[in-house]
Design a protein around this ligand. Structure first.
Ligand SMILES: [Zn+2]
Ligand SMILES: [Zn+2]
Length: 337
């Protein structure tokens, strides 16, 4: 278990002015109370999408228009991931403030026979072309390896799109702990007896493989495909290095619009504070081994007390309109067993 305390702040408050005022206040409180400043530093949440297409592959809009949409809609960062093409981002960063960041990326787009195998390379600084394999697992592994060799972070994209592959294949991957729990139209739910992304995540975790769930809109159509799902990253600085390392260590949650103020994990419990909309009603599920719901909580401050026997606990919040947020799993002491 680990301890994680974090607060979400509205986008308007992320301005530099507020940051400076708050930093000064924190410093003053620290001086008065003689508390080390690192214990007082409060982290922030940054909104971002890490899977986006432009006319450089099969998106319907040029990079400039895509970047403008995300900037205008209060995102803090965006990763452009055209298929097998590194779209340069330096000249696209026209923001005159420090609250929007562009990170280069590629969707390494491969297949084994007719099975699609797509892996995002986020933070890509050079071209990466697919490295085929002789099975779905080998194709996944080869592409993850070349993404790592290029110094970027791999994310398994839409594993259940066209029911391509699932927990069996994902559990045989070692260098990647990120996958898309939600990508619109990519079978989040099960159907016809086939597990969706939801069931796949629990199958992977139940086998003792730690994977964190990403939400994306995989934007191809600027008028219909934007803002459907994204991640909120908990870190202290809006820089590529800070955002990417926070994603890699699972310091984020995925959402379709449900927002939280804080997610605290201690040795004894999980506590969530939901940031409600005016008329929003929420149900929080604490989910464990094989997808069993360990507890349901309908409050705005859902909590779960560990029994000590959990293999893992993850949190899913659903609002009364069917929108969801997925918090990252907490492995128990017997997680690997
Ligand atoms: Zn794809
Ligand atoms: Zn895509």
């Amino acid at each position: 278990m680990w301890l994680r305390t974090s607060k979400i702040l509205p986008a308007g408050e992320m301005k530099l002015r507020h940051f400076i005022i708050r930093s000064v206040l924190i410093l003053l409180v620290g001086l008065v109370l003689c508390i080390p400043s690192e214990l007082l530093s409060q982290q922030q949440w940054y909104k971002g999408n890490i899977h986006t297409h432009t006319t450089n592959s099969d998106g319907d809009s040029p990079p400039q228009a895509v970047v403008k949409w995300y900037m205008d809609n209060n995102y803090n960062f965006l990763v452009i991931t055209d298929h097998n093409h590194l779209t340069p981002v330096a000249e696209l960063d026209t923001s005159d403030t420090d609250d929007f960041l562009l990170i280069p990326g590629i969707e390494v787009t491969d297949s084994y026979r007719s099975t699609p195998v797509h892996v995002l390379a986020i933070g890509a600084h050079r071209d990466i072309q697919p490295k085929h394999g002789e099975s779905v697992v080998e194709t996944l592994r080869n592409n993850i390896d070349i993404i790592r060799e290029a110094g970027s972070i791999p994310v398994i994209a839409h594993p259940r799109w066209r029911w391509a592959f699932g927990s069996e294949e994902m559990c045989q991957v070692t260098q990647c702990s990120l996958f898309e729990i939600f990508n619109p139209g990519c079978n989040y739910f099960s159907g016809g007896g086939a597990p969706g992304c939801k069931e796949t995540w629990d199958e992977v975790l139940s086998r003792g493989v730690l994977m964190y769930g990403i939400g994306v809109d995989d934007m191809h159509n600027l008028s219909r495909g934007t803002g459907l799902s994204w991640i909120m990253v908990n870190t202290d600085t809006l820089s590529a290095e800070s955002i990417l390392s926070a994603i890699e260590r699972g310091s984020f949650y995925a959402t379709m619009g449900v927002l939280i103020e804080s997610y605290t994990v201690s040795d004894t419990q999980i506590e969530v504070v939901i940031s409600p909309t005016r008329y929003g009603k929420y149900t929080t599920e604490f989910i464990g081994y094989r997808g069993n719901v360990l507890k349901k909580d309908i409050s705005l401050n859902p909590r779960y007390t560990f029994t000590g026997d959990e293999k893992y606990v993850r949190v899913c919040i659903t609002d009364s309109n069917g929108k969801m947020a997925w918090l990252q799993p907490v492995p128990g002491k017997n997680f690997k067993q």
